[in-house]
Design a protein around this ligand. Structure first.
Ligand SMILES: [Zn+2]
Ligand SMILES: [Zn+2]
Length: 311
């Protein structure tokens, strides 16, 4: 085993506890990654699921010594950071935490965007009172060596604010994240009977969007595990009331097609819509599996809280 991924939060937008989501889970985005025999820990996103992960770290990891880890934030939308004040290691002396993430609003550093959740108006403890040593670093598109044979590449995705996808490479295996992300659209798309119709602009727009989408596919090309946004069905995206096009998320259909084209080995569908019940999710994904059977060898799974994937 080179990389082990455990989901602690799989839901998009807002936590959705309740009888309709007990199987796949109602917490928002949090991924626990473990690398190699040493079980090196890296966390992706601090949604509401990180609270449960913190409980596990206190019960297991803390016995071996202080918690020293990195948290990579896909972006700072609330569903991806709301669990941060409940990540108990921040209250424990000798914890060392490095928090990385993209910053869209340059006047406010990452420390303020994330750490301002710890203010008396929102929470009973202030950031200044935390016992842990916490360092915040704004990330851009980059490639870096995280040491011990672990390499990381980051890529901007398409969302209303800056979002980074993460590509971890370790011992020849690749785990990639691509959320929150919507395929790039042709900004000049219009119908030929529109008086503003300009064939050249339409073609240029289409080429530009296709080029950007190709870059994202190159980013996750060949991944052993890809965690991809799949909040909507194609029907909801194009014909929902209202249509969800432009809201910053992908469809199941897009995720499956793009991952298959990029020769991904195992696609994990993620960022479930808050309105999607377990039964609906399972029904939909069984349908997609049936429709690609015999055409693609790619494995397709549903991200599920508590479930572990190994490569
Ligand atoms: Zn989200
Ligand atoms: Zn978002």
């Amino acid at each position: 085993m080179a990389i082990r991924l455990t989901f602690w939060g799989v839901r998009g937008s807002i936590p959705t506890p309740g009888p309709k989501t007990v199987t796949y889970g109602g917490n928002t985005s949090c991924l626990e990654l473990r690398f190699g025999a040493e079980d090196r820990l890296v966390i992706v996103d601090a949604g509401s699921g990180i609270r449960e992960l913190a409980g596990k770290l206190l019960a297991n990891d803390l016995k071996k010594g202080p918690i020293r880890t990195k948290i990579f934030l896909s972006h700072t939308h609330w569903d991806h950071i709301m669990g941060y004040p409940f990540f108990t290691p921040i209250f424990i002396p000798k914890t060392e935490l490095d928090v990385y993430g993209p910053v869209s609003f340059e006047d406010d550093p990452l420390e303020k965007v994330v750490g301002d959740q710890l203010r008396y108006r929102y929470f009973p403890v202030r950031q200044e009172e935390l016992a842990a040593t916490i360092r915040y670093t704004a990330l851009k598109e980059s490639e870096q060596d995280l040491g011990g044979g672990l390499r990381l590449r980051t890529k901007y995705l398409n969302h209303p604010i800056l979002v980074l996808g993460y590509r971890f490479e370790f011992e020849g295996k690749v785990l990639c994240t691509a959320y929150d992300h919507e395929p790039y659209q042709n900004v000049f798309e219009m119908e030929p009977d529109d008086p503003r119709y300009d064939a050249e602009a339409v073609k240029e727009g289409a080429d530009a969007a296709a080029g950007e989408n190709e870059k994202v596919m190159q980013f996750f090309r060949g991944a052993d595990l890809l965690v991809h946004d799949s909040q909507y069905t194609n029907q909801e995206y194009r014909h929902g009331k209202p249509p969800k096009k432009g809201w910053g998320h992908s469809t199941f259909e897009w995720a499956i097609n793009a991952a298959h084209k990029a020769r991904v080995k195992h696609l994990v569908l993620f960022h479930h819509d808050p309105d999607r019940s377990d039964a609906e999710l399972e029904g939909l994904v069984n349908g997609y599996r049936a429709s690609i059977a015999g055409k693609s060898r790619m494995q397709v799974s549903i991200a599920q809280e508590g479930r572990t994937f190994e490569v």
